[in-house]
Design a protein around this ligand. Sequence first.
Ligand SMILES: [Zn+2]
Ligand SMILES: [Zn+2]
Length: 261
Amino acid sequence: MFDFHMHSLVSFDGHDTAEAMVEAAAKAGLKEICFTDHIDYFANTQVQDWVFSNEAYSSAYDSLHHPEVKIRRGMEFGLKPYNATMLKEDLKRRPFDFVLGSVHFVDELDVYYPEYWDGKTIFEAEARYLQEVLDCVRVHEDFDVLGHLTYISKCRAHPSPRPVIYADHAEILDEILRILARKGKGMEINTSGVDRCGDFLPYAPYFRRFKELGGTIVTIGSDAHTASRVGQYSDRACEILKDIFGYVCTFENRQPIFHKL
Ligand SMILES: [Zn+2]
Ligand SMILES: [Zn+2]
């Protein structure tokens, strides 16, 4: 019914046009979607930032409409402990409905690839990643929802992709969830983990704990980079949120809207 995380060709790694993504959303029976194209900055000036141009963004989305699907416009900003002011600058580009904050890099290494994993056990790779997420949610104020908290579990370089077990990192995870709740930030149930590591990113017990610690805002995202994955497993994610919260959120003009399930 809702998919608040997807990438069209506006993102450097998207494969399909915005129109194709919207058509797929309509076919999947979704009522409302949000484009969340990447903005990731790198300290290494040799590497090109993953940043869309305002022109590409506007020409893809400004005149995009569908009779059955409400279309929201957002971004997925790559959080780093030192880039809070950069996010503030990017927010001046145009009005956005929704800002996902996600961690893709640790110590300037893309956790998706082997270099990050070299010399680390799975536990160490998870712990270092989650510490980075904690450092980011402590300093960042300008995102709405934390994207794929357990992204590390679906990385290509993971020696045996599996969900991050809550109990293995309970102390640091509790602290992350507590900060999100206190700051009025949400948590995403990212469905892309189902095919990649066997469960949602993160899985159901994280949301139960989030609620216990005062969290109220929850969104669903497929993280689709192709039209074929738009809305994938969003019905199953909905069931989980229905069970725990009884609702799911969408966003308009950076404000959460609560939809009873
Ligand atoms: Zn992401
Ligand atoms: Zn994404």
